[in-house]
Design a protein. Structure first.
Length: 257
């Protein structure tokens, strides 16, 4: 990823950052963006091969290696243990990016209680408990920034994945509630809403000629969203430049929603 034209945020240098789902796609761009800023980065992912390849790439490119731990974020005890260890290894965490999610398609007729619970366990529950774990560290620092990933899917009334869109809609309530509860400690909480980002997964599973035509119709801007477009927004919200931004949603979708 070419970061030569990215803005630089001096307040991020040396800051401890924790990212969920950082091994590929948007998460990998976020991890690289923070490494480029001189932050100390830890991330979790279930894809060990992609994550180790990312670490090798960043070590070769920047001379700095993020701390990777394989973790299934549905295992809350394991996730919180990794966050606690990252705080000990890197110093108290000042930035949390709740990026990990899975937008698996499904029809409402086929959803069972177990499947519903599984979707929430991936797309919503880990965000709450990651915040619960990192907040005491941020309080010790005198403040911090939490960035939760939502989605424009529910705003656009997209069908074919009702459990996913429900979870992503709930992220906004999570953000605003925590922004109120943690704001007195100088902790900012915001939501980033991506549009259709051209990650390898999206291109492999969903992008076809019809999808390309749809994007040309619905986006105000005719380019294609890339993972680094989301990383730029996250870096801003994590930095002191966004010191008075909290309880808000920031949409990066080419003008679709």
């Amino acid at each position: 990823m070419d970061l030569s034209n990215f803005g630089k945020f001096p307040s991020l240098r040396g800051k401890a950052v924790f990212v969920t789902g950082g091994g590929s796609g948007i998460g990998a761009a976020i991890v690289e963006g923070f490494v480029d800023q001189g932050a100390r980065v830890a991330f979790v992912d279930i894809d060990e091969t992609a994550s180790k390849a990312l670490c090798d790439q960043l070590r070769a490119q920047y001379g700095a290696t993020p701390h990777f731990t394989r973790c299934d974020i549905t295992d809350i005890s394991a996730l919180q243990a990794v966050i606690e260890k990252a705080g000990r290894d890197l110093g108290d965490i000042g930035v949390l990016v709740n990026n990990a999610a899975n937008d698996q398609r499904h029809q409402w007729q086929d959803v069972t209680p177990d499947y519903w619970d599984e979707r929430m366990a991936i797309n919503l529950r880990p965000m709450f408990f990651a915040i619960q774990s990192v907040a005491p560290q941020m309080k010790r620092l005198g403040g911090g920034s939490i960035v939760n990933f939502g989605s424009i899917s529910w705003k656009n009334a997209m069908g074919g994945m009702p459990a996913y869109t429900t979870a992503k809609a709930a992220v906004h309530g999570l953000t605003r509630g925590f922004a109120r509860d943690l704001g007195q400690d100088g902790i900012r909480v915001n939501t980033v809403l991506p549009g259709w980002v051209m990650t390898e997964r999206q291109k492999k599973l969903w992008l076809d000629e019809a999808a390309e035509k749809l994007l040309d119709q619905v986006q105000c801007l005719k380019g294609r969203l890339q993972a680094e477009d989301l990383a730029r927004m996250v870096l801003f919200l994590a930095s002191d430049d966004a010191r008075m931004c909290s309880a808000q949603e920031f949409t990066v979708d080419g003008g679709w929603a």
